[in-house]
Design a protein around this ligand. Sequence first.
Ligand SMILES: Nc1ncnc2c1ncn2[C@@H]1O[C@H](COP(=O)(O)OP(=O)(O)OP(=O)(O)O)[C@@H](O)[C@H]1O
Length: 208
Amino acid sequence: MLEVEHLACLKGDRLLFRDLALRLQAGELLRVAGANGVGKTSLLRLVTGLALPEAGDIRWSARCIRREREAFHRELLYLGHAPAINDLLSPLENLRFACAAAGDELSAAACVQALERIGLADQLDLPARVLSQGQRRRVGLARLFLSARRKLWVLDEPFTALDVKAVADLAQALTEHCAAGGMVMLTTHQDAPFAVPPRVLDVGAYAC
Ligand SMILES: Nc1ncnc2c1ncn2[C@@H]1O[C@H](COP(=O)(O)OP(=O)(O)OP(=O)(O)O)[C@@H](O)[C@H]1O
């Protein structure tokens, strides 16, 4: 379980939010909502341990994520709002690099399968710089199909630039991850076709 209590986020000299609390249990999908600039991305970065809070506690399996950083990160998949892609590399090379950097030893065949599943069968070997925005997004999202063992998926605007079918497929993949005992925490400004509407956390309710 992910537990957050009394969380405060400072940017420069501005307190974005304070006293934010959330709980995410196995099987749950949480949508982090709020206006532009309210602090959704900032919250995701705090929860993943990529940024430090001004105040508050973040626990994974009842342990502080700062003290158990490595164990926490083994169970976490974080995809930021901008696809982290090297333009000179192909989708396959990018995916293999991202997996290796995260400590996942995966075969080329498994990566090819994930890219095919996300709809990039015809772009496997193209340099990433020629890909469309939606295809670039898909390169990053292919990691979802290789990350079932990572319980917590934290996704910043995963639906951006995807076409209607890809949005539906992604919503299905996230639902399946939760059904298998995983957890998803995401931001999105668009309505995604989830079979069951996700629980919503409004960051604006904690704004300063
Ligand atoms: N040095 C700084 N001083 C003051 N405010 C800052 C500083 N750096 C960032 N900010 C503010 O912190 C906020 C960061 O917002 P964040 O990216 O978390 O918002 P968001 O809710 O994800 O927005 P969006 O919906 O646009 O993606 C913004 O309002 C930004 O203006």
